[in-house]
Design a protein around this ligand. Structure first.
Ligand code: 13P
Ligand code: SF4
Length: 299
């Protein structure tokens, strides 16, 4: 199967991007693996004619927004992030009416439509820095309440208004699962994604994006780690830190949408050009603005 993918990529001049949460065998077939921020930059800078994005819808959409002239394919077009929809347009309008200097800061895990209503996008890797750099005192952080609260703690000088969206995988990781894992591995360092709840983040030694977690584990002197994020990051953690041990805080840390990206579907979208991402013209220009502003501010 890998030989076939290699041949098809060459034939179509395609690049395959995979998020760290994609299945291991799909990450193995990719040209680039990474977190949302890294992959958005790769999508913007590629010379390939076709971008195959093994992730969820907002990632494919972001790649298309940044590269409108290229063909963007997804192995499974139904792979979506539930959190990407968790704020209403009315709520954004209400907050804007109440605070005239407000900046709507939109986590990249959001629909293209929500991006059109936002001032700047962020990912978990750059949210704190970007919010600090904004001139506005009032910030409405959408859609993730957990990442929003984490940013609020890091940037106390701003008035950050929170929304109640959440990631169904990270938000439902119970602290009791982490406590149990810590009791079994008392010397392990705890690494957590900021989409987890506050009570859990309080117990973490490091909080960061998927790439931040991997970089921390690589540099740390510790030999064992408890990981509080989706299990797909285990692939890169094991390959970069072969002598270290990684335990996931729960065996339910699996994003079903990310796992829709199978090798078979990757082959068939390369073969048939299926799963193409299209963005409505009326949305495209306005949704690109906050994404470009993110790339500019994160430099
Ligand atoms: P990263 O930006 O850290 O890769 O996270 C994306 C994501 O979907 C987390 O659930
Ligand atoms: Fe969305 Fe959560 Fe899956 Fe990330 S892990 S893509 S936030 S549902």
């Amino acid at each position: 199967m890998y030989e076939k993918i290699k041949r098809l990529k060459k034939e179509k001049n395609a690049v395959v991007l995979a998020h760290y949460y994609a299945p291991d065998e799909v990450q193995r077939a990719a040209d680039h693996i990474g977190d949302s921020y890294y992959l958005a930059k790769k999508a913007r800078d590629t010379d390939a004619d076709v971008i195959v994005f093994c992730g969820v819808e907002f990632m494919g959409e972001s790649a298309k927004l940044l590269n409108p002239e290229k063909t963007v394919l997804m192995p499974d077009r139904s792979a979506d992030c539930p959190m990407a929809h968790m704020v209403t347009e009315e709520k954004i309008r209400e907050v804007r009416e109440k605070h005239d200097d407000v900046a709507v800061v939109c986590y990249i895990n959001s629909t293209a439509r929500l991006k059109t209503l936002s001032d700047v996008c962020v990912t978990s890797a750059n949210a704190v820095n970007i919010v600090k750099k904004l001139p506005n005192k009032n910030i409405f952080f959408i859609p993730d309440g957990n990442l929003g609260r984490f940013v609020k703690e890091q940037v106390p000088e701003k008035n950050i208004i929170l929304n109640d969206g959440y990631c169904p995988i990270h938000n439902f990781l119970p602290v009791s699962a982490l406590d149990k894992c810590k009791a079994e591995h008392p010397d392990a360092e705890v690494l957590a994604h900021p989409e987890c709840r506050a009570e859990l983040l309080e117990k973490a030694d490091y909080i960061g994006s998927t790439s931040g977690i991997i970089a921390y584990a690589e540099k740390s002197d510790a030999e064992e780690f408890i990981v509080c994020t989706e299990q797909g990051v285990g692939f890169e953690l094991r390959s970069r830190c072969p002598g270290k041990k990684f335990y996931f805080a729960s065996d339910e840390l699996i994003c079903a949408d990310m796992k829709l990206n199978t090798l078979e579907k990757l082959v068939s979208c390369l073969e048939n050009g299926s799963g193409e991402v299209h963005i409505d013209e009326d949305v495209r220009e306005a949704a690109l603005k906050p994404l470009n502003r993110m790339l500019e501010l994160a430099k």
